[in-house]
Write a protein that binds this ligand. Structure first.
Ligand SMILES: [Zn+2]
Length: 142
């Protein structure tokens, strides 16, 4: 017994027009939002750890320091001075903080640059920061 069913071809399939959704605005700290767009558009950046083009979510502390070494691939060493209080002498002593930071292709900070770095998830064994912005090229000594 063959039961006749409606041929499927008659069924009208109305496709909904695909509307491109606007990408969700990322919630980033104030310092991150300041990152200059001009520099970012210059070079095609496919760095997944880039704060602007990648999906590296930043959280934690933000520092400003000087790039003292930029010989590693996509990594720089950033150093900045800080003061530590000595209660016995009621004075401050000079100390330095030194961390490794990710250097995205589109930013590519050089040795001597003053940069702003933001904490992020660990990118490697010793790298938990990423450069967000170059504040002063060559420390302003160009
Ligand atoms: Zn980038």
């Amino acid at each position: 017994m063959v039961k006749e069913t409606k041929p499927k071809t008659t069924k009208k399939v109305v496709k909904k027009p695909v509307v491109a959704k606007a990408p969700k605005a990322k919630v980033v700290p104030k310092a991150v939002a300041k990152a200059p767009k001009v520099v970012a558009d210059k070079v095609k950046c496919e760095d997944k750890n880039c704060p602007i083009h990648g999906n590296n979510k930043m959280r934690g502390r933000i520092f400003e320091g000087k790039v003292i070494r930029a010989k590693m691939a996509k990594t720089v060493t950033v150093e900045w001075p800080r003061r530590r209080y000595l209660s016995k002498y009621e004075r401050f002593e000079k100390r330095r903080s030194k961390v490794k930071a990710h250097n995205p292709v589109c930013i590519s900070a050089k040795e001597g640059d003053t940069v702003r770095i933001s904490e992020c998830r660990p990118l490697s064994k010793s790298k938990n920061f990423v450069i967000v912005e170059v504040l002063n090229q060559n420390g302003g000594n160009q």
